[in-house]
Design a protein around this ligand. Structure first.
Ligand SMILES: Nc1ncnc2c1ncn2[C@@H]1O[C@H](COP(=O)(O)OP(=O)(O)OP(=O)(O)O)[C@@H](O)[C@H]1O
Length: 244
C-alpha cells in the first residue's frame, strides 16, 4: 500500500514557553486507509489535525502529503492545497447557517477549480453532483435541499457537512469528532454512509473520536500519548494498534 501521509521527525510547539510539544518520529497513513485517531483530552488531536490541514506549520521535520512537503509551503500554498485535496468535517460542522443545504455543499468547489472539475466528472452540473452525494447520505429530500441549514436537526447538519467534505472527491477526509452529538444508532449509520462514500471517492479517512467503541470499524487505531517529562514540557508521541 502506498503512503498518502508521511511524517518524519516532526516537532511543533504552540510557543517557546508552551508546556506541550509534538515530537513525532514517524507516522504514516496509507492510501485508502480508515484511521481512528484517539487520545485523552489535551493530548494534541486537534493540533495534529491542524498540522495535517496546513492551518499551522511544524517547527522542524517533514510532513509530506500526496508527495508534497507541507512544511516548505507558504501559508497561502497550504490553504490552496487544503482546498484541493482535503475535505474536513468539523465537530460543530461549521456550516453557513443562512445558506441552504445544497448551497453549503457547493461551497467546497468555490475555492478549488480542481475539485470543481472532479465533481463535474461524476455529474453534469455541480448541483447534480451535490444532489447525488446528499441523496447517498439520505438528504436528497426536496424539502431539505432548499432549507437554511440552521433549520435542520443535528444529524441532518452532520450529513450536510459530510457531503460538503466529500464534494469533488478530495484524496483525504479529516473528521474531528463529528459523531459526538449523536446517539449510538445514528452514529453507526452515519459511519456506514461515510465509509461507503469514502470508498466510492477513493478517499483516505482520518477520524478523531473519544468513543473507543467505534475503533473496531476502522483499519487502524492511532493513539496520542502525552508524557510528562522532567523539564516541565509534555512530549506527545504516537502509538499504533492494528496492521500497518
Ligand atoms: N491555539 C493554541 N495556543 C496555545 N496552546 C494551544 C492552542 N491550542 C491548543 N493548545 C494546547 O495544546 C495542547 C493540545 O491541545 P489540543 O486541542 O490539540 O488537544 P486535544 O487532544 O484535541 O484535546 P480535546 O480532546 O480536549 O479537544 C493543550 O495543552 C492545549 O492547551
Amino acid at each position: 500500500m502506498s503512503d498518502i501521509i508521511d511524517i518524519c521527525d516532526l516537532k511543533f510547539a504552540w510557543h517557546e514557553q508552551a508546556d506541550f510539544e509534538f515530537n513525532i518520529e514517524k507516522f504514516t497513513v496509507h492510501k485508502g486507509e480508515k484511521l481512528f485517531l484517539r487520545g485523552p483530552s489535551g493530548s494534541g488531536k486537534t493540533t495534529l489535525l491542524s498540522l495535517l490541514c496546513g492551518v499551522i506549520s511544524a517547527d522542524s521535520g517533514e510532513l509530506t502529503m500526496l508527495g508534497k512537503n507541507l512544511t516548505q509551503m507558504s501559508p497561502t500554498k497550504r490553504d490552496q492545497f487544503r482546498a484541493d485535496h482535503i475535505g474536513v468535517i468539523f465537530q460543530m460542522f461549521n456550516l453557513i447557517p443562512y445558506l441552504t443545504t445544497i448551497e453549503n455543499v457547493l461551497l467546497s468547489c468555490n475555492f478549488s477549480p480542481l475539485r470543481k472539475s472532479r465533481a463535474l466528472k461524476n455529474s453534469q452540473t455541480l448541483e447534480a453532483e451535490a444532489l447525488r452525494l446528499l441523496s447517498h447520505l439520505d438528504m436528497g429530500d426536496e424539502n431539505l435541499l432548499h432549507k437554511p441549514v440552521n433549520e435542520l436537526s443535528i444529524g441532518q447538519q452532520q450529513r450536510v457537512a459530510a457531503a460538503r467534505a466529500l464534494m469533488g472527491a478530495p484524496e483525504i477526509i479529516i473528521a474531528d469528532e463529528p459523531t459526538s452529538s449523536l446517539d449510538a444508532d445514528r452514529c453507526h449509520s452515519f459511519l456506514e454512509l461515510l465509509f461507503k462514500e469514502c470508498k466510492i471517492a477513493g478517499s483516505t479517512l482520518i477520524f478523531v473520536s473519544h468513543d473507543t467503541r467505534l475503533k473496531e470499524d476502522f483499519d487502524r487505531t492511532v493513539t496520542l500519548n502525552r508524557a510528562v517529562l522532567k523539564n516541565q514540557k509534555d512530549i506527545v508521541t504516537i502509538s499504533t494498534e492494528g496492521a500497518m
